[in-house]
Design a protein around this ligand. Sequence first.
Ligand SMILES: [Zn+2]
Length: 562
Amino acid sequence: MNIDPGSSISIEIANKWVVDCIENHKDCRPPSKTTATQEGTILPTRVIRILNNDDLRLVSGASPGRYTILSYCWGRPQEFATTIDTIKSSRAGFKTHQLPKTLRDAVELTRSLGVEYLWIDALCIIQDSPDDKEIELQEMPSYYRNAYLTICAGGSSCDDGFLTTKSAHCDDHLGMGIPRDLLNIPYFAPNGEIDDIFFREENPYSLSDEPVSKRAWTFQERILSPRVLTYGGRMLWQCTTTQKSAGGVQDRSFDTRSTSGREIKLGLAEMQKHSAQMTVKGKNNVKTGTKSQLKAARDYSLWYNAVEEFCERDITFPQDKLPAIAALAKEFASALKDEYVAGLLKADFLRGLLWSTWPNLDVQKPNKWRAPTWSWASVECSITYSRLPPLSATELAKITKIEYTPTSGSFPYGEVTAGAVEIQAPVFSFDLEVMTDTLRKQYMMPAPQDSMEWRKLMLNPAKGGLGSNEDWKLKVDSIFLILLAEPISTDPDEDGGNGENGDDDVDEISDDEKIGLLHGLVLTPIEGEGEDGTYERVSSFSNLRVKGYLNLRKQEKTVRIV
Ligand SMILES: [Zn+2]
């Protein structure tokens, strides 16, 4: 373990990692020509120029140069932040010692790495200017992509710092400045002298346990950065090509949980690599061909995983929910050649609607309207996409209209002011008690073999499992809207086909006999508006086994969900 991340040896290690990545890692270079090199890249709109130890200046990033980015937890209001009032004085110059410890450390590290510029959101975006925020939000993917290095401070507040010597929660060996839980074993060095080797018990490390990994905003920052150097319980290097840790044991994994975002980072990098060569398949065409279908399923799953992980994280301002993942959404939409609508991707819209708040039927909403009810951004709790049907599932619904008003007309990935979808689909409703009961059962147990749901249950048993949702009741006039169906074989000798080409095999079975696993939404009419078919989404259901499900097509209806 490296207990002194600020030492010259540690800085040397960090420097080696960055230089090695930039010079030798082909996969860590973005496909664009504006790649970060030793010479520099296009700078963000504003950057902090490090003049010397204590003198900083906010400058326009007009010319090429090298810059680092600081990803950190604010932890408290950033009173030193740049505002319309303070931008003039920031441009004139300010002092490093006036900044909180984490920012001071970022300046020191940047300077030690021989980099002249630094980008910090609180200082480089005018915090009280919605216009500036909107413009800068759009540029964030390229800021992260082109940075020389993203420095990630693991602590929970801007006052924590990250270059300080760690005590390692242990007294030091007498006069050695080394923690005492290190076992000192003398040995004969090759030159004949006696030297020391230190051993320490392996201490498992999980990046998800760092406070910075629990914040919503830092999620996309980590994924979009080709190189991230994290200073937390470990000094940890992660780039698209490799991960390393300074000193101590090499963990089998830097993350014992699935929420590190690394899988998403690598998957997205892979998608972007292929995206350039991909023939344009066009929208609503993800179902062509088995091979591309498999790939599409994987690619869209990656987005759903990202949303799940993102929604587990805390956000200070509820209205930031969509903006805090906007940069990542933009990258996904671009790699998939798809359109983004309030958290969902258009070409896989029906499956995208099927997020679930398992294990809670009663969900918390933000105080202020944030997103249409069909978007996961409308709820405060974590969500799961673990019960999605395969891409090959039969579509029983047709999206007839999507209305969507982004707050900023020029940027469809951020906040929204309105959104409605019109869906033509089979609808069914039955006894309210039975419907309520059906849903309670669905939300009682985790989906089989789904580690995410099981993990949630293990981490927070009070929230899930038997006995929850007891007081939850479905409202009068609620309906089940069927979006997708997975046909299942009624004859044990048949494999059931893939649901689309299986018609020939099942000719002899009448529609009354055909069994399907249904997936869809639970909707409640909006008071006073239900008459004309306007509903809100209250939940979703999955794998509902229904015999004669094709007959439900006769009960088709067009509903509007807001
Ligand atoms: Zn690399």
